[in-house]
Design a protein around this ligand. Structure first.
Ligand code: XIL
Length: 321
């Protein structure tokens, strides 16, 4: 019987996003990361506001710690994220320059960050969540000041800054919203047809028990049909989709979660090897998940429980691998 670790069983990289302060301080957290995973993403430490808190200062401390941890443990680093509509510092949201000054701001952030990590970060989410829930371009500060084609130019600046890094467009909801999936696929298809240097599509997959296996497989297969690499980039599976305050994590919920993790990993494994950038969960254990804060409710969306023990969800992944 195969039991793990995931990084040895999987024919593609298996990753998790990490909270750097937990990575520094919690032995069990580090233990699961080093044993199970060969890819790592910063949950927050490479976002704009974390790296570039004022116009003239960059703060590399946590991101550099993550990169050196990855190197010591033979892990790939996935960079998240260069441009997003939120997690921006106020110096950006209140920036009053003209379109040329905004272009310089965007370009210099991308160039400075990618140059700092050149050769050390294998892939980047260049743009995150540029599509709104109607499937149209989100009216972010970037779009407001730089126009619809800011995405094209962001990828071009990124390619120039580190030609060896793989460049991803990352977004959510492909598995539960036709409008979102259509908008996202149309965007990346248009980028490709204009010759924009894009290598992959990130499917966040903050999904839940009420999303069908068929819809999950359809999201994966529709992304792969673009010809781009596919990264399941922020996986977690909520078993409390109605945000009920009193729910407990019963054995039957754990069993249902196992089946859903297994189905997702099987659908992903069926992709051609060259298109599989990997599967990354969004944090490590149920104790660390962002979703408890997001819903203000009980949540158990990850493969490890509050004590960093393997859950049935973990066994579901192993069975699929
Ligand atoms: C979330 C983090 O998990 C939280 O800790 C933070 O407070 C907000 O951002 N989509 C993304 C991620 O692309 O960056 C988000 O991460 C979750 C949704």
């Amino acid at each position: 019987v195969r039991v793990g670790p995931l990084r040895e069983l999987a024919p593609f990289p298996m990753g998790a996003a990490v909270n750097v302060s937990l990575l520094r301080s919690r032995a069990a957290y580090q233990g699961v990361m080093t044993t199970e995973y060969n890819s790592i993403t910063a949950e927050n430490s490479m976002k704009f506001g974390a790296l570039h808190p004022s116009a003239t200062t960059y703060n590399w401390t946590d991101a550099d710690y993550l990169v050196s941890f990855a190197q010591q443990n033979k892990m790939r680093v996935h960079g998240h994220t260069l441009l997003w509509y939120t997690s921006l510092p106020t110096w950006v949201t209140s920036f009053s320059g003209d379109s040329t000054a905004w272009e310089d701001l965007m370009r210099s952030h991308i160039q400075t960050v990618m140059t700092h990590f050149k050769g050390q970060v294998a892939s980047w989410d260049v743009v995150n969540e540029a599509i709104d829930d109607a499937g149209a371009l989100r009216n972010s500060v970037w779009r407001q000041h730089l126009g619809d084609r800011y995405i094209d130019r962001a990828f071009q600046y990124a390619r120039a800054a580190d030609p060896t890094a793989l460049l991803f467009y990352n977004d959510y909801g492909n598995e539960y919203s036709t409008a979102r999936r259509t908008g996202i696929i149309n965007l990346v298809t248009a980028l490709k047809s204009r010759g924009v240097p894009i290598d992959g599509i990130g499917l966040q997959m903050h999904t839940s028990s009420n999303t069908s296996d068929a819809n999950i497989a359809n999201a994966i297969n529709t992304a792969a049909a673009t010809g781009l690499k596919v990264h399941v980039s922020e996986l977690d599976i909520s078993m409390n989709p109605s945000f009920t305050a009193t729910t407990t994590f019963t054995a039957s919920l754990a069993a249902a979660q196992k089946v859903k993790y297994k189905a997702l990993v099987m659908a992903y494994k069926a992709l051609p090897a060259a298109q599989r950038h990997g599967i990354t969960t969004w944090n490590v254990s149920d104790a660390d998940t962002w979703r408890r804060g997001y819903c203000s409710c009980p949540e158990w969306p990850l493969p490890f429980d509050d004590n960093y023990a393997k859950k049935p969800a973990y066994d579901g992944i192993v069975e699929a691998l």
